[in-house]
Design a protein around this ligand. Structure first.
Ligand SMILES: [Zn+2]
Length: 216
């Protein structure tokens, strides 16, 4: 594995044992088990189904001048990043067990998707019910690097598997910034912490709440 791949694998918030799911080439496939059920009930009043898919409006920006884009939670009406002209995007952060990986400790992976696949997931949940109860085969359609790549989903028959609870992505993978932090991020001078939970002497700037639960 190249150094860049290694950095990519580990540079994902506090998901320390978690890699990124990816299918690299046209026709590649993997059988996975989602950690998300899909529909969780109905909303009072509207009667619309509610879902446990981690779907958020986020911004992508280089918050610390490192040249690398981070994912930042959009704060809606009071969002300074929106005000700066950076448009929010809708993103889903799926967590899944990739059964192609034999080492059980390594199976948990993250997969960030956009609107097309959000719609696919909602469709699958409506048709198949609790999505944690069955494996799903995911097949890539699209050459390496193609912007027109799509994914097909083939749910398998229900089968037993211990599925862990998904972890919260807000405050770890997705930066949740207050107004001052947002402004620093827009200017590319937000200080992010690296490594594990231990304090490092050279980065003890007192980011307060932000530093306490963030491990970038
Ligand atoms: Zn925003």
């Amino acid at each position: 594995m190249s150094l860049q791949d290694l950095i990519k694998k580990y540079d994902n918030g506090n998901f320390t044992k978690t890699g990124w799911f990816s299918l690299k080439n046209d026709g590649d496939s993997a059988v996975v088990r989602l950690l998300h059920k899909g529909e969780t009930g109905v909303e009072e009043g509207t009667g619309e189904p509610t879902y446990d898919f981690p779907i958020y409006e986020v911004h992508k920006l280089d918050v610390d001048g490192s040249g690398r884009e981070r994912t930042v939670l959009c704060k809606g009406e009071n969002c300074e990043i929106c005000r700066s002209g950076n448009k929010p995007i809708l993103r889903m952060f799926l967590q899944l067990l990739n059964t192609e990986i034999k080492d059980k400790e390594e199976q948990l992976q993250l997969w960030e998707r956009g609107l097309v696949d959000i719609k696919q997931m909602i469709g699958l949940a409506a048709e198949y019910g609790d999505l944690t109860k069955r494996n799903i085969k995911i097949v890539r359609s699209g050459a390496k690097g193609s912007l027109k790549t799509t994914y097909q989903y083939f749910p398998k028959d229900p089968s037993e598997m211990d599925v862990p609870e998904p972890q919260s992505v807000v405050g770890s993978l997705i930066l949740d910034l207050d107004r001052d932090e947002q402004i620093r991020a827009i200017e590319g001078r937000l200080q992010l912490r690296r490594g594990n939970n231990e304090e490092t002497p050279d980065n003890n700037s007192g980011n307060g709440r932000a530093a306490a639960n963030r491990v970038f």
